[in-house]
Write a protein that binds this ligand. Structure first.
Ligand code: HEC
Length: 104
């Protein structure tokens, strides 16, 4: 009985430790699938008009600003409103976290 408890405890600790990694992976996966086509695989910008996510200047934007741009579109651009296109809050949050990792 005691052994089972130890195993459960170890698994719980591992799950908690692994959780942030899963979220970051998720952001990378969603970015590659839905964003890289315009923003480039490294976030440097590909389509005309896309900003370079890697610059210090771009990274000054707050998480709230990035979240809003992804969810509702930059400057309210409908075609960029990913909340309406099926991305849930957790996915958008992991995308923002992923964009932070692109910093040069
Ligand atoms: C069809 C092309 C396209 C796709 C796909 C796309 N974007 Fe964009 N995105 C743009 C363009 C163009 C801009 C610049 C718009 C502007 O500043 O007017 C932009 C701007 C942004 C910005 C900056 C907003 C700001 O405040 O300057 C963020 C963040 C962003 N996109 C994130 C994403 C994420 C995350 C995805 C994937 C879920 C994504 N984009 C998919 C074209 C795209």
């Amino acid at each position: 009985m005691k052994r089972v408890l130890v195993v459960v405890l170890v698994l719980a600790v591992l799950a908690v430790m692994a959780a942030p990694t899963f979220a970051a992976d998720d952001g990378a996966r969603v970015f590659a699938a839905k964003c890289a086509v315009c923003h480039g695989p490294d976030g440097a910008g590909k389509l005309k008009g896309t900003p370079d996510f890697r610059t210090a200047e771009f990274q000054k934007k707050t998480d709230a600003e990035l979240t809003e741009a992804i969810a509702k579109g930059p400057k309210g651009k409908e075609s960029h409103a990913f909340a309406k296109k099926g991305l849930d809050d957790a996915s958008i949050k992991s995308l923002v976290a992923y964009i932070r990792t692109l910093k040069k």
